[in-house]
Design a protein. Structure first.
Ligand code: SME
Length: 158
């Protein structure tokens, strides 16, 4: 990761995770920090699989415009496709992707990165940008590190 802003966020997140009270606090810290430090990340949020209905993602802490997508079946959206694929999914132009579920009319690109707990997907981090093709390899590596920190926190506190 060449971008020092990304490295700084990972370092702060790693430190916070050592003493976070619970998952909610860690997720709130993550979305707040990303929203403050990374201006081209215009919507940042968590979708976690519903433990009572593992076929559905449930909106968790987020920063950015309110979304009507509070629950997303894993068969729908870029969010669902990332679970099905089991790996980070980058969409450079959401308007030309038929899977896309619109949150804000301003969104042009999106990245979704699964969170794994002991190998199993437990949820994901979802980021939207108003810029087309805003997310490159550094963003992916950065968000994979964030996901790993959160996955390890869940595993350690379950
Ligand atoms: N765009 C997502 C839906 C979530 S909103 O972006 C917050 C999707 O296509 O799954």
């Amino acid at each position: 990761m060449a971008n020092p802003a990304l490295q700084d966020v990972v370092a702060a997140l790693r430190k916070f995770a050592q003493s976070a009270a619970d998952l909610h606090a860690l997720q709130e810290f993550t979305v707040t920090l990303i929203d403050e430090r990374l201006p081209h990340y215009n919507w940042t949020g968590f979708y976690m699989l519903d433990p009572n209905d593992p076929g559905t993602l449930v909106l968790g802490p987020f920063r950015g415009a309110p979304t009507e997508h509070l629950r997303i079946p894993v068969t729908e959206g870029i969010c669902g496709a990332a679970v099905a694929q089991g790996a980070a999914l980058v969409v450079d132009d959401v308007l030309s992707d038929p899977r896309y579920l619109a949150c804000s009319l301003e969104t042009r690109s999106e990245i979704v990165v699964p969170i794994r707990v002991n190998g199993q997907i437990a949820g994901e981090i979802d980021i939207d940008s108003h810029e087309r093709a805003a997310f490159g390899p550094d963003d992916r590596l950065f968000l994979e590190e964030c996901s790993q920190i959160i996955g390890q926190f869940i595993a350690a506190h379950a």
